[in-house]
Ligand binder design. Structure first.
Ligand SMILES: *Cc1c(COP(=O)(O)O)cnc(C)c1O
Length: 383
């Protein structure tokens, strides 16, 4: 019996504690976590520095509303903007960050049309769902925003769709839910150029790709991209709900007092956590992520290259999709990996999705790649 809406098919165990990159269920079974709670606990579990920062804030004040000054919001905003001419609006989730971006883009440009991409994911509210390129999850909810157009991702023909009629284009640098597809550098940069030429704002959704996941604070920083708005959430406070919309300073006037708001956004507990997260994720940390990612990719490619049902590996950094042939359903692989003490995720297109905590050690990644190989081999035998 459950008293919950059945919006999730839950696995029949509960994770009740965690330490580093290992989580434990109610029966004491341990699992190597390759999910980070869907890209959230990037620094792992029971992190001393984070616990201390949040506990200290807990003993001071939990909540103040946004009617008063907040030195913590200012500090986190400074870290997020990295000395650039940008400003930040804090909220509580990725959905809310994209919702804010949508409203800001419309208000700032006076236009309403948005261009988005097939297989994109931007959230579940009516606004952010309208931007999402997945018909299946929109079914049954009636009319969503009508002035959103979808075109193919990584396709140069799509650039022709960018016209001055649009307020904004919204794009993920790597499509996460949509199948772990990395945007190609040339294409992303051409998209940026097209937006600039046509006077269309570029919104980059970094909710999953950001906060160090690919070896940069934001994935767009690998390329010559200059987004007008960037949205962040998931890993930003390592598990305390938070979202952020980062925008160019010239957009600030469109979000004047009273135009947008939130009760909880930028809550002191979330800000205390985010402030520590962004202190820990420095250049040295990011360099280590890049090195570990290179190692993991090397081993995954080595171990999985001769497995018949593996059709390819995609993504970037520690955001990785292993594409399985349809004969081998990803749900079966995820469950078989549970038996081996490994947590993984799925993404669109029968993709095994890996989002390990960024603090995972090289040796753990090598072990994980070998166990994934083992499980894929045995699952094949059972087909
Ligand atoms: C998870 C995700 C969202 C939605 O974030 P929530 O915090 O679940 O609202 C939006 N965009 C992308 C790219 C995501 O991965």
């Amino acid at each position: 019996m459950t008293t919950l809406f059945p919006t999730y098919n839950r696995f029949p165990f509960e994770l009740i504690s965690g330490e580093g990159v290992t989580v434990f269920d109610q029966e004491g079974n341990s699992y190597l976590d390759l999910t980070s709670g869907i890209g959230v606990c990037n620094l792992g579990y029971n992190v001393k520095q984070l616990n201390e920062a949040v506990t200290a804030q807990l003993g001071q004040i939990w909540h103040t509303s946004n009617l008063y000054e907040s030195h913590l919001q200012e500090e986190v905003a400074e870290k997020l903007t990295q000395g650039t001419e940008k400003v930040v609006f804090f909220c509580n989730s990725g959905t809310e960050a994209n919702e804010a971006a949508l409203k800001l883009a419309r208000k700032a440009t006076g236009k309403t049309k948005i261009l988005s991409f097939a297989h994109s994911f931007h959230g579940r509210s009516v606004g952010s769902l309208s931007l999402t390129g997945n018909e299946k999850i929109k079914e049954g909810f009636g009319d969503l925003l009508s002035d959103v157009t979808f075109v193919a991702y990584n396709d140069f023909h799509s650039l022709q769709a960018v016209t001055s009629e649009y307020a904004a284009v919204i794009v993920e640098v790597i499509q996460g839910e949509g199948g772990m597809t990395a945007g190609e550098a040339d294409w992303l940069e051409a998209l940026d150029a097209e937006c600039k030429e046509k006077g269309v704002l570029l919104i980059i959704d970094e909710v999953q790709t950001g906060i160090g996941r690919t070896g940069k604070l934001f994935a767009y920083q690998h390329y010559a991209l200059d987004p007008d708005i960037v949205t962040s959430a998931k890993g930003l406070a390592n598990g305390i709900p938070v979202g952020a919309m980062i925008g160019k300073k010239e957009l600030a006037a469109a979000f004047s007092a009273g135009t947008h708001g939130t009760t909880f956004g930028g809550n002191p507990l979330a800000m205390a956590a985010a402030n520590q997260v962004l202190t820990i994720i420095d250049d040295e940390f990011l360099e280590a992520v890049t090195q570990k990612a290179d190692l993991f990719w090397y081993y995954l490619e080595k171990e999985l290259s001769d497995i018949e049902f593996v059709e390819g590996i995609s993504g970037k950094g520690l955001m990785i999709g292993i594409h399985l042939a349809k004969e081998l359903p990803v749900a079966d692989v995820i469950q078989a990996l549970h038996q081996e003490g490994i947590l993984t995720l799925s993404a669109h297109g029968n993709t095994l999705r890996l989002l390990p905590p960024l603090v995972i050690k090289g040796a753990e990644l090598i072990e994980a790649s070998q166990k994934i190989k083992q499980v894929l081999q045995t699952s094949m035998v059972h087909q």
